[in-house]
Design a binder for this molecule. Sequence first.
Ligand SMILES: Nc1ncnc2c1ncn2[C@@H]1O[C@H](COP(=O)(O)OP(=O)(O)OP(=O)(O)O)[C@@H](O)[C@H]1O
Length: 372
Amino acid sequence: MRADTVGSETTWAAPIEVDERDGTAARPEGVAATVRLEGLCKTFRQGGREVVALRDVSLEVWPGESFGIIGLSGAGKSTLVRCINLLERPDRGRVWVDGVELTALGTGRLREARRRIGMVFQHFNLLHSRTVFGNVAFPLEIAGIPRARIRARVMELLDLVGLAGRAHAYPSQLSGGQRQRVGIARALAPEPRVLLCDEPTSALDAETTSQILALLRRINRELGITMLIITHELPVVQAICDRVAVMADGRVEEVGDTISVLTRPRSAAARRLVGAPAARALAQLVQEADGTPQPAGRLFRLAFLGPVAERPVISEVLRAFDVTINIVHGNVDRIGRTPFGTLVVAIDGEPRQVEAAVQTMRSWGVEVVAWQ
Ligand SMILES: Nc1ncnc2c1ncn2[C@@H]1O[C@H](COP(=O)(O)OP(=O)(O)OP(=O)(O)O)[C@@H](O)[C@H]1O
């Protein structure tokens, strides 16, 4: 275990082991989940119409991990977050945070238990009449912490998020990225066990997004704070999540470590999300070609992770099988620290030859997913 000091308290980082070679996260043995959701259901009723937002959602987020929840708009992500801190009461199901069943608590004890949960919002939700210092101090004032301790803690947090020099500025004088840094410092002030981040970078430009993601990753890794990140953006999950749940239509369709879900998506929902960039690229290509038909053959997405990335796979396949391969889209990327490459290819030929080529690539360790 790693330890770090936050304020006057020592925070123990969770014993989560991440394999640096392939990024897979192993479940820590004998350790209770930091967030545990069991059978959550939620239906909204509005003017005689019913919208089912959550359908029997069960999940575990382990201590110290960074867990992503990804899905398209309307999948139920925000409702899920609101049910974790019980801003929204689920119709059915139970919620535990840090070993305490929130769904069993009355209002007073629930308010106290919520201090274990920090919230980071898409639009920062800062108090505009208060300075940076005042915003971060706010939850500590409400908790009745003595002024001297508040001061020390706030200055320490501003230092952590890189805003030590802006304590007296007002939110209107800050950039979006700086406002989100204030939001993060405020969320950390009561020393929560888990940070719920609801689309934390959706309102930020690309460069600021990567700075904020790096900050969240550092907080997760160095302070050992468990993180649950809601997003509709694949790059967010790719950059900082150890594991990810894919949501669609109120259900969790797939849960796994990020590398597995992104390179070997099993559910239709995950395949839609992962395939979307390639599909967009293909559509653009066809459009640009102005009427040129799509490349002949079946479309496949090939993912190269680890040693197979060094192998001249395409030329070996072309030599061994009577097929043609048209590269539609290629990309080299990174999941956490692990590089991986993807190619979208159209393979044409006699069906048995195409199938044999696909099976051979799989036997070499290439992840091959058919798109048609
Ligand atoms: N207060 C509410 N009243 C009625 N319907 C609601 C309410 N909140 C959410 N919904 C509906 O529940 C479904 C799930 O919404 P939710 O906001 O949880 O999805 P989401 O994945 O977070 O989407 P987005 O990224 O667009 O916020 C949607 O169909 C939405 O219209």
